[in-house]
Design a protein around this ligand. Structure first.
Ligand code: NAG
Ligand code: NAG
Length: 546
């Protein structure tokens, strides 16, 4: 081959390569990037919640012993009931300021270990339960920049450890289950006794439970989809009635703690239709019997399957899909463009002290709208294992904040397979890459955080540096979720219907969207609103719907 034919053949291959990329849709190039944001936040990110001041509240547990960050102003916690340290001058909660990339220690009084949370309609965090002296506590946190935790004694009717929360259409929070709690209740308290939920007893495997941190999603009909172990129901919490019993997950393996898989309500993208539909996706977990096996030193491979089900169907059935990587303790995060990111976790064993093996450091993308069989794509790996007690949340700029991992009953930094992880990291999905800057929309209107009402028509104005693909524009609303134990409570993404996009001035476009009509579709509170162009999201803006 002479140099001219070599050059021509290179050019040809180059053109074929470019054409191939275009066919695949540019925004879907594999990859993503990892960056360590903080070498130590002083605690392990067992629980995380983003608030509307772009700060993330993070906490672990008070009975871990001394953390690596001191309480503010030389304070100490004096707790005679603490099981590790009666006087502890270190913090077990911090506030991470995303924009400043800084950490502020916070003061929790009682044990928040394996607890749950939700954000109230006015934007403050409501944390519920925990262990030992914290099991019946409710704690609130106002996003004011300098505020700290406030504890409410006996805020719960029953002790709740490993429970799941869901924000309801009327702004209350329902708290479901927990160890040996086959019941639910509301915050603020609106019943005098807990309401029994026999489904949680029925799905409780003796000695291993497999029904802790049940997966709960608010369905578009106002009922709750509740999944525990290998089964699910549609539940009317107002009447305490099971409305529908779903077929059990094919294969019958458990998906909840300690066989921890994860679950998301897939993007709600038919809001304008008279009949709404909703689908749930559950991924990973452990084969039945894994917990007992792991306790005797045998770490079975995790499950590599996901199940997808249309929960609004009267005769629903599961479609089982195979992930490229088996995973237990993976977090599932809805990205602003409606894709699902599966991140963190391990390939063998179960959740619990020292029971996970073979950390899976590569996230996987799942594209719900692709054809069956071409939905998954493995992303670039982090160098940090994130196993038990790790978490992940979406940030306003489209990155995923990742922290935690501590499979030990104390902080342990040396001489163990997976040392306690204090580093905070961000994963930037491929859509944040510079190769997509021409597609990337920037929101111009609304100009900043706004209050909106149900059913409102909202004018959204944005710019795009390159050419606009009119059919490639979507406006989405994402509820920031409370992440712990591989499940993101209250996670929800709405694809808003609207008019077509029109040019306003050079590179500036306008679209009008209809906001959700009720709290059943979008419980009241703060959401991140994004403009997405060809799968590339803008930076979001906060909207408070009521
Ligand atoms: C991530 O993956 C992409 C595509 O596979 C690759 O080009 C890129 O170098 C990777 N980035 C990092 C930081 O590893
Ligand atoms: C945390 O503190 C302990 C001792 O107090 C120290 O050994 C360890 O290296 C620290 N870890 C990090 C990540 O800062």
């Amino acid at each position: 081959m002479n140099s001219t034919t070599f050059f021509l053949s290179c050019l040809l291959w180059h053109l074929i390569f470019i054409a191939g990329l275009h066919r695949k849709n540019l925004a879907y190039a594999a990859g993503g990037q990892w960056v360590v944001l903080q070498k130590s936040i002083g605690i392990t990110a067992m629980h995380m919640q983003l608030l509307h001041n772009d700060r993330v509240v993070i906490y672990d547990r008070t009975d871990f012993g001394k953390s690596n960050i001191s309480l503010p102003n030389g304070k100490c916690r004096n707790d005679p009931t603490d099981l590790a340290l009666k006087v502890d001058c270190t913090a077990h909660s911090v506030e991470y300021d995303v924009l400043a990339n800084s950490v502020r220690p916070l003061f929790i009084q009682t044990n928040t270990w394996c607890s749950s949370g939700s954000v109230a309609p006015d934007g403050h965090l409501i944390q519920t339960g925990g262990s030992n002296d914290g099991a019946r506590k409710v704690r609130t946190f106002q996003p004011c920049g300098i505020c700290d935790w406030v504890e409410i004694a006996n805020g719960l009717l029953a002790p709740r450890w490993y429970a799941t929360n869901q924000l309801l259409p009327d702004g209350r929070v329902i708290v479901i289950g927990g160890r040996s709690q086959f019941s639910y209740e509301f915050v603020p308290k609106s019943t005098t006794a807990v309401v029994s939920l026999p489904f949680l007893q029925q799905t409780n495997d003796p000695n291993q439970e497999n029904n802790l941190y049940p997966f709960v999603h608010l369905n578009v009909d106002g009922n709750l989809f509740i999944y525990a172990n290998n089964r699910a129901i549609l539940f009317d919490y107002t009447k305490s009635v099971v409305v529908r019993t779903y077929p059990s997950f094919p294969g019958g393996d458990p998906r909840n703690y300690p066989s921890t898989g994860s679950s998301v309500l897939l993007p709600l993208n038919n809001l304008g239709q008279p009949t709404l539909e909703a689908e749930v996706l559950i991924c990973g977990g452990a084969p039945r019997g894994s917990y007992a096996q792991a306790n005797s030193g045998k770490f079975l491979p995790a499950l590599n399957t996901c199940g997808r089900i249309k929960i609004t169907d009267t005769l629903p059935s599961w479609t089982v899909e195979k992930m490229p990587l088996a995973r237990i303790m993976g977090d599932m995060i809805l990205l602003p463009n409606g894709d699902v990111l599966i991140i963190n976790g391990a390939a063998a064993g179960v959740a619990g002290w020292e029971l996970g093996r073979n950390a899976v450091q590569s996230p996987v993308l799942y594209r719900p709208n692709n054809a069956l069989g071409s939905r998954f794509e493995v992303q670039n790996a982090s160098s940090i294992p994130r196993v038990y007690h790790s978490s992940a949340v979406l940030l306003r700029d489209g990155r995923i904040l990742v922290g935690g991992s501590d499979p030990h009953s104390t902080y342990r930094f040396t001489g163990v397979l997976y040392p306690t992880e204090l580093r905070l990291e961000a994963f930037s999905p491929a859509y944040l890459g510079p190769e997509f800057s021409n597609l990337r929309p920037k929101i111009i209107l609304p100009f900043s955080q706004i209050k909106v009402i149900y059913g409102q028509i909202l004018v959204v104005r944005f710019s795009v540096p390159g050419a606009l693909s009119k059919n490639g524009v979507a406006v989405t609303m994402v509820a920031p979720s409370f992440a712990t134990h591989s499940f993101s409570m209250n996670q929800r993404l709405l694809v808003l219907g609207g008019s077509t996009t029109r040019l306003v001035s050079r590179s500036v476009y306008q679209t009008t969207v209809s906001l959700p009509k009720s709290g059943i579709i979008a419980p009241p509170g703060y959401y991140l609103l994004f403009v997405v162009h060809q799968n590339v999201p803008s930076v979001g803006i906060w909207v408070q719907i009521q």
